[in-house]
Design a protein around this ligand. Structure first.
Ligand code: AHR
Length: 333
């Protein structure tokens, strides 16, 4: 009895072990009920395609996303597109192949995303737009867009100028440094600013060109503006970095930034705020890069199948030199 029982137990143990090995192998190869999908282990993988590293704002945005992913326990696959749309499309296709749980990206330009967004939708991978939006008519191609109201930022900048120049009796010549051509912030900030300054016919944009959101671009284009235009009263730069580059060109031309040429920028990163506090800039409309924590929260909700709003707007403010002085000691980026 004892021997028989021992043989039976050994055979049973072998059978159980084989069954569990087969089950384990099947789990490793995918689940036949879900057409070969990996079993859901509760972990979340986020594929994020970043625009590039063109500005102080972008660096702060990248840091915010990386830190928030680590804090939320989300595995982050990160790609820097170096300001090229084709690199972003390639990165998104890779994330689809890798079957990440959620894809998020900050589109370098507004147009040309429909095909790749459809591919993600067909693969059942939800997409979240951060910072910049797309002009796709089909809003079902992405779950939400979290970021600033760029038209408002341009409008607030223009309204400040209208008030500042309310007693001007002659023409006020404005030059504009635009962001990356075709990008949402460049299109929208231009629009908002133009609409606001229309309130005073003395305010005229005499030159407008892209500086690609970089310091080098801002400096080079401002040099050309100064050469071509003997009287420049105001610079409207679509971000701090271009404004900071332009400062060098203005100073090199023997003019006093903030006085001879009034400077309005957008972002409010530390270097921009310092220039404002020093009186070299005159006004900044804030654009917050700290989108990471909110993005991770949304990623978790989307993965859990929760409904989220189609548009989530970032809270922002504006700064005068006095306000910049007060805010600088606590400015994190
Ligand atoms: O999309 C946000 C803009 O992109 C920021 O204003 C600018 O600094 C960045 O490069």
């Amino acid at each position: 009895m004892f021997t028989l029982g021992k043989q039976f137990t050994r055979r049973a143990a072998v059978a159980v072990l084989s069954a569990s090995l087969v089950a384990g192998a099947l789990a490793g190869c995918g689940n036949s009920d879900t057409g070969g999908e990996p079993a859901d282990d509760g972990k979340i993988t986020l594929g994020f395609s970043q625009v590039g590293a063109e500005s102080g704002w972008r660096t702060a945005n990248t840091n915010s996303i990386k830190e928030a992913a680590a804090a939320a326990g989300i595995e982050l696959k990160f790609d820097d597109a170096q300001q090229k749309q084709e690199n972003q499309i390639k990165a998104i296709r890779n994330y689809i192949l890798q079957k990440v749980d959620v894809i998020a990206f900050s589109p370098v330009v507004e147009s040309g995303w429909d095909n790749v967004l459809k591919e993600a939708k067909d693969a059942g991978i939800p997409v979240i737009l951060t910072d910049r939006s797309v002009d796709s008519a089909d809003k079902s191609l992405y779950k939400t867009f979290i970021g600033s109201d760029f038209v408002k930022e341009g409008r607030l900048s223009g309204e400040w100028l209208v008030n500042e120049m309310k007693s001007a009796t002659g023409p006020v010549n404005i030059v504009e440094l635009q962001g990356t051509t075709g990008s949402a912030p460049a299109n929208d900030r231009k629009k908002g600013f133009a609409e606001a300054i229309a309130a005073n016919p003395n305010l005229k944009i005499i030159a407008s060109q892209t500086g690609d959101f970089t310091r080098a671009g801002g400096k080079a284009v401002m040099e050309q503006f100064i050469k071509a235009n003997p009287k420049i009263d105001v610079l409207f730069a679509h971000n701090d970095d271009m404004g900071l580059g332009a400062l060098e060109a203005i100073t090199a031309a023997g003019k006093v930034p903030g006085k001879d040429i009034k400077i309005i920028t957008i972002d409010a990163v530390k270097d921009g705020m310092q220039a404002l506090a020093d009186g070299k800039f005159n006004f900044i409309a804030e654009c917050s890069p700290l989108l990471g924590p909110q993005l991770m929260d949304l990623v978790k909700k989307v993965k859990a199948g929760e409904t989220i709003p189609q548009r989530i707007e970032t809270e922002e403010t504006t700064f005068t030199p006095e306000q910049a002085k007060a805010a600088l000691p606590n400015r994190k980026y």
